[in-house]
Design a protein around this ligand. Sequence first.
Ligand SMILES: *Cc1c(COP(=O)(O)O)cnc(C)c1O
Length: 362
Amino acid sequence: MSDLDDLSPASVVVAAGRPPRRPGASVNPPVEFTSTYAAPEAGVAYGRNGNAVWDAFEEALGHLEGGHARVFASGMAAISATLALVPAGGTVVTPRHAYNLTNVLLEDYREAGYEVRQVDISNTAEVVAAVEGADMVWTESPTNPMLEVADLRTIFAAAREHGALGVCDNTLSTPLLQQPLALGADVVVHSVTKYLAGHSDVVLGATVTGDHGRGPELLERLTRHRTMHGAIGGPMEVWLALRGLRTLQVRFERSCANAVELARRLEAHPGVERVRYPGTGAMVSIEVAGDAAAADAVAAGCRLWLDATSLGGVESLIERRRKYAAEAPTVPEQQLRLSVGIEDVEDLWTDLDRALRAALPG
Ligand SMILES: *Cc1c(COP(=O)(O)O)cnc(C)c1O
């Protein structure tokens, strides 16, 4: 379809990025396993520069976010390309509880002479006060794993006023819940690995930029970075991500409904001291009424929930994030992060309830 602008996201996610409707044409884009192309008169000549299935995925994600997407080798590749937009020795404002490897990468930037200002992203006044003199304001909303929510519109307005680029890592919300470009962001980044691909079978990332302001220039610089750093996704992986994206709406709707119900029940559970759930999305963080060892026992005691890192797949995952040295020290030791999948909610509850009661008797 050429004009998708009047369709809702549930339709766009299915219809965008399809081959032209010609008699006999395939419904899905082809997977071209080729590193080179017979000398073209124009366009792509080499596999590092382009691929038909990238175009299809980028068209679909671009429509969902309201901009121009570029697919990268991983979420971290997209994050690296975006941080490279900061001028040498520049200043970045960033959430204290950003994705842990974003923080680790920013630590490298700090050592290389950049200024990194960590803020509580849910404290809008603190964020706005930190923007003056910054080159980039990095956001996540909600944050991972503390699930703090940011006032993106106010933060990006302040960033623009001070000439700083506004960035949102939109992995946890997906474009179904939040379209940061419409809220004033210059760049959206995704770990496609998570909800967009949705089946824990690929590692990929993406950036999305808008048409306004510095959008076209940023798109060109991000594309150049992808090429020069070779941060490209393989055609099979991108095809799988596009196949996964087709069901984003139904998967995410089910995961979110499960998360709402589980968060409500966990609030009343004797083994749970605190529930963090921002009211939307499919991530829930809980602090168990015990120590780190008790939280580990809960994760290990589940049979349906899998104790594993990552999030956003059809299967439910549970993980104690502070076991990683790179996690922020302000994340509680006894916190478990739940990535709620699409299984039957009663089965998820029964399994989690049993593991909590076994690890935290009384
Ligand atoms: C997983 C994740 C990333 C990193 O993406 P990869 O695809 O694993 O490289 C970045 N941001 C958030 C919020 C994530 O959850």
